[in-house]
Design a protein around this ligand. Structure first.
Ligand code: SAM
Length: 228
């Protein structure tokens, strides 16, 4: 996909500048993701490919490759690139998985997952965000992502089981339906905790048991729904 053309931007207090988004993306991958220990070539390749600037509102594009989260409207955010990469890496996708994401937001995380798995189902509770993400993903030609609008805390029983589940909004507990819909050998990652801050937790279903690993502190917007 050719998204690397220089784009002209009018700066309020200076001359027109030219931003090479492809170079900015390469720097993001090198300095924010690889330098912090993510080494999987497939994961790094996916971050090099997906044009993050097209998933943020036009006025935020200039910041798209910076080392932090950005606002996408309706009080919601697109997460910091490193956190998206960290969570993706922990799912250890091989390419043949059916993945469930809760919290489509901008659609950026879904785009990354779609390059690493065979099918991505993503659920967003805000109809406006679901629709906008759908338009961006369709425009960019991602054809293995299915967006569902609704309460993601219920999961998608009709599509279960999933080899990987990623929740990109926080709650005090993992919604039980999501663990129920995890396949044998599957992995689920989610920020768990209160509104002040959470811990990323990784769950694995192994031999009929669910094992939990505590990872790193994070701050996510809340998961709002029946099991949120
Ligand atoms: N993954 C997104 C991306 O790549 O842009 C970022 C997600 S943002 C941090 C969290 C999203 O979860 C918000 O868009 C919010 O509306 C959504 N959300 C919160 N509760 C939800 C629920 N019960 N079901 C589905 N989406 C939910």
């Amino acid at each position: 996909m050719g998204h690397g053309l220089p784009v002209e931007l009018n700066c309020l207090d200076g001359p027109v500048s030219t931003i090479d988004f492809e170079s900015a993306r390469r720097r993001m991958v090198e300095r924010q993701i690889a330098a912090r220990g993510i080494t999987s070539p497939r994961v790094l390749e996916a971050f090099l490919e997906v044009p993050r600037h097209l998933f943020v509102p036009p006025e935020q594009r200039v910041y798209a490759y910076q080392d932090g989260p950005l606002s996408i409207g309706l009080g919601q955010t697109i997460s910091q690139p490193y956190i998206v990469a960290y969570m993706t890496d922990k799912l250890a996708l091989q390419g043949d998985e059916k993945v469930l994401e809760i919290g489509t937001g901008s659609g950026y995380q879904a785009a990354i997952l779609s390059l690493l798995a065979s099918e991505v189902h993503t659920i967003e509770r805000h109809p406006e965000l679901a629709e906008l993400a759908g338009r961006v993903l369709e425009g960019l030609g991602y054809d293995n992502i299915i967006i569902h609008q609704g309460d993601g805390t219920q999961g998608l029983p009709e599509q279960a089981p999933f080899q990987a589940v990623i929740v990109t909004a926080a709650a005090p507990l993992v919604p039980p339906p999501l663990l129920d819909q995890l396949a044998e050998g599957g992995r689920l990652i989610m920020p768990v905790g209160g509104r002040g801050g959470q811990l990323l937790q990784l769950y694995r279903r192994e031999g009929g048991e669910i094992r939990r690993e505590d990872l790193t502190p994070v701050a996510f917007v809340p998961l709002i729904g029946e099991h949120g």
